[in-house]
Design a protein. Structure first.
Ligand SMILES: C[S@@+](CC[C@H](N)C(=O)[O-])C[C@H]1O[C@@H](n2cnc3c(N)ncnc32)[C@H](O)[C@@H]1O
Length: 334
């Protein structure tokens, strides 16, 4: 059981009604609270919850419809995303309680200050390195418009300006990451047709650039996070481009027979650092690439990716190195 769920269940009498659990972990909480529903924006957790509690958890950037007696927000990483989520939940809870639960090291104490906008917030419990807070919603906010919270900026790229729409909580919110910037300079000589994948697409900067440069290709953008996929959708639309968006956890969710996989792969998750999704990408990219298909990625120079790429895919070429990042290229020759 996730420690945040354990802290909640210490006060189980508060949570036995029709409750919405937003950003819930994929543990047994829905089993312990039979009247509760979940709302997840993490495709992997959603899939695990769906397997155990079919139909009880929805996925996306909008809270599910329904008249809830209370809601619990599991603190996400980003302050801006917390703001959106608290508002969207509080907007449905006039006169009812909104709870916030999170790890101390994730900043729950600081985030709890954001509850003051809706009423008098109080700490109910502190245990397992987590805190549980409650506010009775007295000042009900208007339903926030997610797209109004987007940061919109323009990148001056070699092949023309690109509009980027980045939503709260999405990687490198409101600016271009240095690693992605380096990769954008090294997208030449990819297969011009066939199926291209932007793995871990975030706001869709790489994918949109690929589609513009290789218009004959069929583009797929994959991310685990619903807010990233929504950002990518908005970025593609802002540039008049079309692609298929895939909500999925890791490379296993990708299509097959790809002519190229392009990625600034993930290496953080929550408050813990994890390279799992990136290592799985390197280990299993070959299964998703067509013969002659290419993996091209940017990574921190200190990450020992080349031996993994050589073991599972083939010769790993370093195309460029700058600012502590490297661009790697490997071609699948079965
Ligand atoms: C380093 S960011 C790159 C974002 C974007 N491509 C860019 O260059 O700005 C990595 C992305 O991978 C996504 N991600 C993390 N874990 C993932 C997983 N298991 N499967 C798919 N995507 C994942 C994150 O949500 C994030 O958007």
């Amino acid at each position: 059981m996730d420690p945040r769920s354990e802290v909640m269940l210490r006060q189980a009498q508060l949570f036995d009604g029709k409750l919405l659990l937003a950003g819930l972990p994929a543990d047994d909480l829905l089993g312990q609270l039979p009247q509760a529903s979940g709302w997840s924006w993490h495709a992997g957790e959603q899939q695990r919850l769906q397997r155990r509690f079919a139909g009880r958890c929805s996925f996306g950037v909008d809270a599910p419809a329904g008249n809830f007696e209370a809601a619990v927000l599991f603190l996400p990483k980003s302050r801006e995303l917390t703001e959106y989520l608290l508002q969207t939940l509080a907007a449905r809870l006039a006169g009812r309680p909104l709870y916030l639960v999170g790890e101390k090291r994730a900043g729950v104490e600081r985030a709890a200050r954001q509850l003051a906008a809706f009423g008098h917030a109080r700490k109910l419990d502190s245990a397992r390195h987590c805190q549980l807070w409650q506010v009775q919603v007295e000042q009900t906010p208007a339903h926030p418009e997610l797209s109004a919270l987007a940061e919109r900026f323009q990148l001056e790229l070699a092949d023309g300006p690109l509009q980027v729409v980045s939503l709260p909580g999405v990687f490198s919110h409101g600016r271009l990451d240095r690693g992605s910037a380096l990769l954008l300079e090294h997208l030449d000589d990819l297969p011009a047709t066939g199926r291209l994948l932007d793995f871990g697409c975030g706001a869709g900067v790489l994918g949109a650039t690929l589609k513009r440069r290789y218009p004959q290709s069929e583009l797929f953008l994959l991310d685990v996070d619903a807010f990233a996929l929504e950002s990518s959708r908005l970025t593609l639309a802002a540039n008049g481009l079309e692609a298929t968006l895939i909500a999925g956890d890791g490379i296993d969710a990708a299509p097959f027979e790809l002519s190229a996989i392009v990625s600034n792969p993930p290496f953080h998750h929550g408050v813990h650092t994890s390279y799992e999704a990136s290592e799985a990408l390197l280990e299993r990219a070959a299964r998703h690439l067509a013969a002659g298909g290419e993996l091209r990625l940017v990574a921190n120079a200190f990450l020992r990716y080349p031996p993994l790429i050589e073991t599972h895919l083939g010769h790993c070429q370093t195309l460029a190195e700058a600012d502590g990042f490297r661009i790697y290229r490997a071609v699948h020759q079965p």
